[in-house]
Write a protein of this length. Structure first.
Length: 746
């Protein structure tokens, strides 16, 4: 007999079956637990049994004869036991199945999240924070100010040290406030926020919330409260790419978390709740200030501070740093970054949370940057567009300053780092020639003819060097030739000692770019082969330290995110030329009389009251202009030129304009107010008279006269050392043939 649609028993049975299906569906969906057929049957039997005891479901009872609803004592017990079993079974099943789908809390302690690498100068000043996506630096709880900890607890979780991961009191309080005020107050604990920031997606679903609660309970069983709070500080978002309190305190206030005062602490503690809304760089920065006041009020309420302190903190003027990509000494920073990537790989450098302590002196760096920029701006009439400079510790090779251009942010070529780029050195390479000659028995008193000469190669091609001023000075000493940077004597000397010997000395001094010397021929001594400033300044540092090479370095120490040392500076000095030869070069380059032929007395190369060795250089067609100089303590090198290799104004005079004024100001910055230091003369040198001239000679190897001259009518015939290269007419002090191009000079 068909049931009537309005049969109450039928409707009741149908609704009960629907209820049964809904309950089962809820239990299945509550964590997205995949149920096997066996578990489904068990669920079905338990639920069916419980509901049947309530007389809500009884398929065998005929429709239309429903039993009256009543509960016997045994039924009540059975019902309670059934509900309890359902709960236990559901909870256990969830833990056994869904837990495998949850991220393990052990990832919190070693989450593999990218960490920010920090680069510091030698005094601990931050130069740059390097990161790929998120700016994150780990901080220890012991390094975080108490004010910040109290502000965080007051703002986010007042019962943090008393709950088990979830705070039922906070939940009830939030529900009450939301119902009463229509607000949307949350009740997540710090532990839950840590889970949300680190292990789960930010989606707002009941499933994610349930996972968050379970993981919070789990985390509290594994870690201590202090560990959880420390991890929270390292994972909390503070706006944009800024992750963690260490990055936030540096970005906003330029200080470490331990240095934050009460006002700054309350301000930062409020940002993680809504980093975009409360951002000081956003469209409504006053919201962050209101948030700060709310936190200060809560700190008063919870007796962390007094009302007077809260009022004073709120009134404090926060010096929030402007939103810029803060970087100091950018050319140096990226030079160091390249060195690190070669040693550790790009991934570890950009994501490994390294702390890199460099050799740079930021105070000196900023002074040198200012000098370079100011002087380049004043040289516009000479068509000088760019400049670079370096300062080295002569005793260790540590880089104290590196300025790669007039301004790193200058349009078009500012990021070009001339300090590590290939440029022609001009006559600044000549000391290599003279050091090689001294090693072969020559001395500063040796005579050489500054007279016209043409050198022919095996193919008959001629090379005719001329001096920078187009004149010839006749017989000169090697001291005068090097001091005044005469070109013809330098070329003749190179022809005597040999190109290969020159190249070997250059390599010994740390200059690595002259790998095919015969390609350049005798022009090597005039700067025909390109070099790098960083290697040239290392070579001059070798002369300063008695022939000991200290390869220029920019890194003192590198540690990982756990402060384990990965690399540490160890000086590896290498004696590459004898102390006697190094001193002879230094003695000549610091002799103001020796360079007076070219520059006159007391030029910009002269530093009153200090013994300073200095050498200039200008490349062919005035594309590059250099000055290198050193004391027993410092080495300074300067370059000026144009990035597109266009020539500077011919009026630029080496030693007077261009690089020399910049070098002079840098040396005064280094030396003014300090005690003068003299170069120590090594043993094995003595004052002697050679060819009627008094000078220093190497005792163990007294020199022979470099050039023997005999009259042959009006011809000057070179000794065997030169006879295979050239002959020349005796034409001292006359003008050179102006049809010849002007070679590198000075």
């Amino acid at each position: 007999m068909p049931r009537k649609p309005k049969d109450k028993a039928y409707l009741k049975l149908t609704s009960n079956r629907i209820a049964l299906l809904l309950v089962k569906f809820f239990l299945i969906e509550i964590g997205k637990i995949p149920l096997s057929l066996i578990r489904f049957v068990i669920y079905n039997k338990i639920i069916y049994f419980a509901l049947s005891k309530l007389h809500l479901v009884h398929p065998r009872r005929p429709v239309g004869r429903p039993k009256k609803f009543r509960l016997a004592p045994r039924t009540k017990i059975t019902l309670a036991l059934s509900v309890f079993l359902i709960f236990i079974f559901s909870y256990t099943t969830f833990l056994l199945t869904a837990a495998y789908q949850l991220p393990t809390p052990t990832r919190l302690i070693s989450s593999g999240q990218p960490l920010t690498t920090e680069i510091y100068d030698r005094h601990g000043n931050l130069l740059y924070r390097m990161y790929d996506d998120k700016n994150r630096t780990l901080a220890n709880l012991s390094d975080i100010s108490k004010d910040l900890i109290h502000a965080t607890l007051a703002a986010e979780d007042r019962n943090f040290y008393h709950h088990v991961g979830i705070d039922m009191v906070a939940i009830i309080r939030a529900l009450y406030h939301n119902w009463k005020n229509g607000s949307q107050e949350g009740a997540s604990t710090i532990t839950q926020q840590l889970i949300k920031n680190s292990l789960l997606t930010p989606e707002r679903t009941y499933t994610r919330k349930l996972k968050e609660i379970i993981l919070a309970l789990w985390v509290e069983r594994i870690y201590s409260k202090d560990q959880i709070l420390q991890m929270y500080y390292n994972e909390a978002p503070f706006g944009g790419s800024i992750m963690g309190i260490a990055a936030a305190s540096q970005t906003y206030f330029g200080k470490s978390p331990s240095q934050l005062d009460l006002a700054e602490s309350a301000y930062l503690a409020g940002l993680p709740a809504s980093p975009t809304q409360f951002s000081p760089y956003g469209s409504q920065p006053y919201l962050a200030k209101l948030r700060q006041k709310d936190i200060l009020d809560k700190m008063v309420e919870q007796k962390y501070i007094t009302k007077a302190k809260a009022t004073a903190a709120f009134a404090e003027d926060l010096n929030i740093k402007p939103l810029v990509n803060n970087i100091h000494a950018p050319h140096f920073v990226f030079y160091v970054k390249e060195q690190l990537e070669q040693e550790f790989g790009p991934r570890l450098v950009s994501q490994g949370g390294l702390k890199v302590y460099t050799t740079l002196d930021l105070g000196l760096q900023e002074q040198v940057e200012k000098i370079v920029k100011t002087e380049i701006d004043q040289d516009k009439s000479l068509n000088v567009q760019n400049g670079a400079a370096m300062v080295l510790d002569a005793k260790t090779g540590q880089i104290l300053a590196m300025v790669g251009s007039r301004d790193y942010h200058y349009p078009e070529f500012g990021n070009y780092n001339a300090a590590v780029s290939l440029r022609q050195p001009g006559s600044s390479i000549k000391p290599v020639t003279y050091a090689t000659a001294f090693a072969k028995g020559f001395n500063p008193t040796s005579i050489i003819l500054d007279t016209p000469v043409t050198f022919s190669d095996e193919w008959g091609n001629g090379y005719t060097p001329v001096n920078y001023d187009g004149t010839f000075r006749g017989p000169v000493t090697l001291r005068q030739a090097l001091g005044s940077s005469l070109n013809i004597p330098a070329v003749k000397l190179l022809a005597t000692i040999g190109i290969d010997s020159f190249a070997q000395t250059a390599r010994d001094l740390g200059i690595t770019t002259i790998d095919n010397p015969r390609r350049y021929g005798l022009s090597l001594t005039l700067g025909g082969a390109a070099v790098r400033m960083i290697e040239m300044i290392g070579a001059y540092g070798t002369f300063s330290d008695g022939g000991t090479l200290h390869t220029p370095t920019g890194i003192l120490k590198v540690t990982d995110s756990n402060n384990h040392i990965l690399d540490e500076y160890k000086d590896s000095p290498k004696q590459v030329i004898s102390p006697q030869i190094a001193y002879l070069i230094t003695n000549i380059l610091s002799d103001d009389n020796a360079r007076s032929l070219a520059f006159g007395p007391h030029s910009l190369l002269y530093i009153p009251g200090f013994e300073v060795a200095v050498k200039t250089g200008t490349s062919d067609n005035k594309r590059d202009n250099w000055t290198f100089g050193y004391t027993p303590q410092y080495v300074a090198g300067v370059w000026v030129g144009n990035p597109d290799n266009s020539p500077m104004n011919p009026k630029l005079a080496s030693g007077i304009t261009g690089a020399a004024p910049i070098w002079n100001k840098i040396m005064h910055t280094l030396l003014d107010g300090t005690k003068p230091l003299a170069f120590q003369k090594p043993e094995g040198l003595t004052e002697t008279v050679v060819n009627g001239r008094k000078d220093l000679t190497i005792t163990e190897n007294l020199p022979k006269a470099m050039v023997r001259v005999t009259k042959n009518e009006d011809k000057m015939v070179f000794s065997d050392a030169f006879s295979s290269y050239a002959t020349a007419s005796a034409q001292p002090a006359q003008q050179a043939d102006q049809s010849n191009p002007i070679p590198p000079s000075l």
